[in-house]
Design a protein around this ligand. Structure first.
Ligand code: PLP
Length: 399
C-alpha cells in the first residue's frame, strides 16, 4: 500500500495538454493549431494513398515473427538512400551503421544512449529553442546539455552570428544536435551558404554533428532538396549520425517507424557500431515493430508506389506553403501594423509567430484557438475554412 506514496503526478506535456483543452471546448468555432500532425483542408487526418496500397499488398502476409534486432534490412536500406543519396558510395561501401528505430524519438534516444556509453564524459549542444522532447531524451540518457544560439526573436529568423560563435567557442570535438530541415518549433533553417559555413566550422573544430531529420520532404515538398544540409556535410567528409522518421512524411505517426544511422570510417567500424546499437536496443524493446517497416519497404521498393509517395508528400507540403501565404495575406488585408513576412519565410510544419504567452492566452480564451504558449502555430491545422478567422483573431490580440 505504501510502495508509491512518494510519487507525485508528473507535469503535463505542454503539447498534449493543448489537444486535451481543445477537445474539451464545446465551441463550434474552435481551431487546433497546436498539434504537430498533418491535416487536410477539411481539418481531417490523412492516410496517404501509397500507404493504403502498400497495406493492401501486405495484407494476409504469413510472416508475423520477430524482425532482427536491427529491424527490417530492406526498410533500412531504402531509408539510407533517402538521406545519403540514391547512389551513395557510402552505402555500397557499407560504411553506415544503421538500425530501424522507434520513429524519430527512438532514433534520438538510441543515439543518446550510444553517445553516453562510448563518450561518457561528453555533452550535447542543443539549439534554443528546440523540440521540447530533445531535452527529455538527452536528460534521461544522462548526457549533460549545453545550448547554442539559433533563433533571433527580433528578425524572427536565424541568429547566424550567435550560432557560429557558439560553434567556435564550444570545446573541440563537441556533440551538436542539428535539425536537418524544417526546424521545430521555429520553421527557420540555415540557407545553403550558411550550411556550408557551419559545415566548415564543424570541420575546423572537430565537432560531431547529429542530425534530427523528422521532416524530410515536408519543408520543400521534395525529400531530395530537404536533404541538402546532409549532402553538404557529406561533401565535406564529416562523420555524423542521423535520426530519420516516417511519422510526418509518410503519415505513419502511430506506426513508430524510423532509422538511426551512424556514418563510420570503414565497414569494420560500421559492423562494430551496429552491433553495439543492437545491444542497446535489446534490453529496451528487443526488436522494432514489423508492420510500419513493411509499409515503408513496400512503398520505397516499388518505383510506382515511390512516385505516388513523392507526389503525396508534395501535396502536403504545398498545402502548408499555400496556407502560409493565405495567413500572411489575410493579416496584411486587415492592415495589421506588424510585419508578418516571417510566416512565409519560415518553412515546414510550424510558424513561430512571435506572439507572447499573454496573446496566446487571449487567442484561446476569447477565440477558442489552441496552440502552445510559445506562439508556435502548426500550419498543418490551418485550412481555407479557418484561415480568415485565425488571421482576424491574431490581428485582434496583436494590434
Ligand atoms: N524530432 C523533431 C524535431 C520532431 O518535431 C519530432 C516530432 O514531432 C520528432 C523528432 C519525432 O517524432 P516521431 O518520434 O514521431 O518520429
Amino acid at each position: 500500500s505504501s510502495w508509491w506514496k512518494s510519487v507525485e503526478p508528473a507535469p503535463k506535456d505542454p503539447i498534449l495538454g493543448v489537444t486535451e483543452a481543445f477537445l474539451a471546448d464545446p465551441s463550434p468555432d474552435k481551431v487546433n493549431v497546436g498539434v504537430g500532425a498533418y491535416r487536410d483542408d477539411n481539418g481531417k487526418p490523412v492516410v496517404l494513398d501509397c500507404v493504403r496500397e502498400a497495406e493492401r499488398r501486405i495484407a494476409g502476409s504469413s510472416f508475423m515473427e520477430y524482425l532482427p534486432m536491427g529491424g527490417s534490412v530492406k526498410m533500412v536500406e531504402e531509408t539510407l538512400k533517402l538521406a545519403y543519396g540514391e547512389n551513395s558510395e557510402l552505402i555500397k561501401d557499407k560504411r553506415i551503421a544503421a538500425v530501424q528505430s522507434l520513429s524519430g524519438t527512438g532514433a534520438c534516444r538510441l543515439f543518446a544512449d550510444f553517445q553516453k556509453r562510448f563518450h561518457p564524459d561528453s555533452q550535447i549542444y542543443i539549439p534554443v529553442p528546440t523540440w521540447a522532447n530533445h531535452h527529455n531524451i538527452w536528460r534521461d540518457a544522462h548526457v549533460p546539455q549545453r545550448t547554442y544560439h539559433y533563433y533571433h526573436p527580433e528578425t524572427k529568423g536565424l541568429d547566424f552570428a550567435g550560432l557560429m560563435d557558439d560553434i567556435k567557442n564550444a570545446p573541440n570535438g563537441s556533440f551538436f544536435l542539428l535539425h536537418a530541415c524544417a526546424h521545430n518549433p521555429t520553421g527557420v533553417d540555415p540557407s545553403e551558404e550558411q550550411w556550408k559555413e557551419i559545415s566548415y566550422q564543424f570541420k575546423v573544430k572537430g565537432h560531431f554533428p547529429f542530425f534530427d531529420m523528422a521532416y524530410q520532404g515536408f519543408a520543400s515538398g521534395d525529400p531530395e532538396r530537404d536533404a541538402k544540409a546532409i549532402r553538404i556535410f557529406l561533401e565535406d567528409g564529416h562523420l555524423f549520425g542521423i535520426a530519420q522518421s516516417y511519422a510526418k512524411n509518410m503519415g505513419l505517426y502511430g506506426q513508430r517507424v524510423g532509422c538511426l544511422s551512424v556514418l563510420c570510417e570503414d565497414e569494420k567500424q560500421a559492423v562494430a557500431v551496429k552491433s553495439q546499437l543492437q545491444q542497446l536496443a535489446r534490453p529496451m524493446y528487443s526488436n522494432p515493430p514489423l508492420h510500419g517497416a513493411l509499409i515503408v519497404s513496400t512503398i520505397l521498393g516499388d518505383a510506382d508506389l515511390k512516385n505516388l509517395w513523392l507526389k503525396e508528400v508534395k501535396v502536403m507540403a504545398d498545402r502548408i506553403i499555400g496556407m502560409r501565404t493565405a495567413l500572411q495575406e489575410n493579416l496584411e488585408k486587415l492592415r495589421s501594423p506588424l510585419s508578418w513576412e516571417h510566416i512565409t519565410n519560415q518553412i515546414g510544419m510550424f510558424c513561430y509567430s512571435g506572439m507572447t504567452p499573454e496573446q496566446v492566452d487571449r487567442l484561446t480564451n476569447e477565440f477558442h484557438i489552441y496552440l502552445t504558449r510559445n506562439g508556435r502555430i502548426s500550419m498543418a491545422g490551418v485550412t481555407t475554412g479557418n484561415v480568415g478567422y485565425l488571421a482576424n483573431a491574431i490581428h485582434e490580440v496583436t494590434k
